[in-house]
Design a protein around this ligand. Structure first.
Ligand SMILES: NC(=O)c1ccc[n+]([C@@H]2O[C@H](COP(=O)([O-])OP(=O)(O)OC[C@H]3O[C@@H](n4cnc5c(N)ncnc54)[C@H](OP(=O)(O)O)[C@@H]3O)[C@@H](O)[C@H]2O)c1
Length: 248
């Protein structure tokens, strides 16, 4: 669809697979057109775009970028605006996640974990702010319950997500009254890819009152609610964790 279109548009980072793809399917089904950002998962993002285009033609755009490259971030917004002519939502979903035990952490790990989890969300939000002000849009950041209650041996990831939580509140203040900024803090919804572990999964689920892991769709539903159905909510981070943060 050309500039001036009526359908709302959302940019989702890390949208090629896993939780990002679930968010994309949920928002698209709710009527949003999408800019699907990816880095390495170009084939997955293109396949997802093809699937969504079958449902509604001219409704997607795939954008490839390394988010650590700050200088490339404004161009993502520019390309999106050239295609769709508007931006109504930014979902900062992309994330690096791996352990960095004290004594082993490196500056490169610091840079990688902060780049996707805190730095890019801020600079993307900054680049998107004029368009979001024009549309009365919203930002949703994918935080983590570990921003508040750290996961052992993951200090840099936890610190980066804590920065994202702080950013959520700071930008909610600074972009009000027009643009709302909120976060979703998932518990376990999808176990990390091969070679990484969150925790002993059974032990973790035994500490979760709802006695199951969540699904990507649980997270996607919360993102949709914060984007579309929560006009008086800003600066909040909604745990989607089966009640896990209720107990110590
Ligand atoms: N999964 C869970 O149970 C869980 C729990 C708590 C919080 N969360 C949060 O929820 C969000 C989604 O979780 P997930 O497990 O689906 O995430 P994920 O699979 O670990 O990562 C999502 C995508 O982030 C992209 N990415 C990472 N670093 C990047 C960089 N430097 N530049 C560009 N893209 C980068 C990757 O895209 P490419 O593949 O295209 O390279 C990756 O596919 C994340 O923010 C995560 O922290 C998830």
């Amino acid at each position: 669809m050309k500039p001036g279109q009526q359908r709302p548009v959302v940019l989702i980072t890390g949208a090629g697979k896993r939780v990002g793809a679930a968010i994309a399917r949920t928002l698209h089904a709710a009527g949003y057109d999408l800019a699907l950002h990816c880095r390495r998962s170009v084939a997955e993002a293109e396949a997802l775009a093809g699937e969504l285009e079958q449902q509604r033609a001219d409704s997607t755009l795939v954008l490839q970028a390394e988010l650590a490259n700050i200088d490339a971030l404004p161009a993502l917004v520019d390309v999106l605006l050239a295609r769709f002519g508007r931006l109504d939502g930014l979902v900062n979903n992309a994330s690096a996640f791996y352990p960095t035990p004290v004594g082993t952490a490196t500056a490169a790990q610091w840079n990688e974990l902060f780049a996707s989890n805190a730095q890019a969300p801020f600079f993307l939000a900054q680049a998107a702010t004029p368009a979001l002000r024009d549309s009365g849009g919203a930002i949703v950041n994918l935080v983590d319950i570990y921003a508040e209650r750290p996961l052992a041996d993951h200090p840099l990831y936890c610190m980066a997500k804590a920065a994202l939580a702080a950013m959520t509140r700071a930008l909610a203040l600074d972009l009000a009254p027009v643009v709302r900024v909120n976060g979703v803090a998932p518990g376990a919804v999808l176990w990390p890819s091969e070679g990484k572990t969150y925790d002993d999964q059974d032990a973790l689920l035994s500490r979760t009152p709802l006695k199951r892991s969540g699904s990507p769709d649980d997270v996607a539903g919360a993102v949709l609610w914060l984007l579309r159905d929560a006009p008086f909510v800003t600066g909040q981070i909604l745990p989607v964790d089966g009640g896990r943060t209720l107990s110590v």
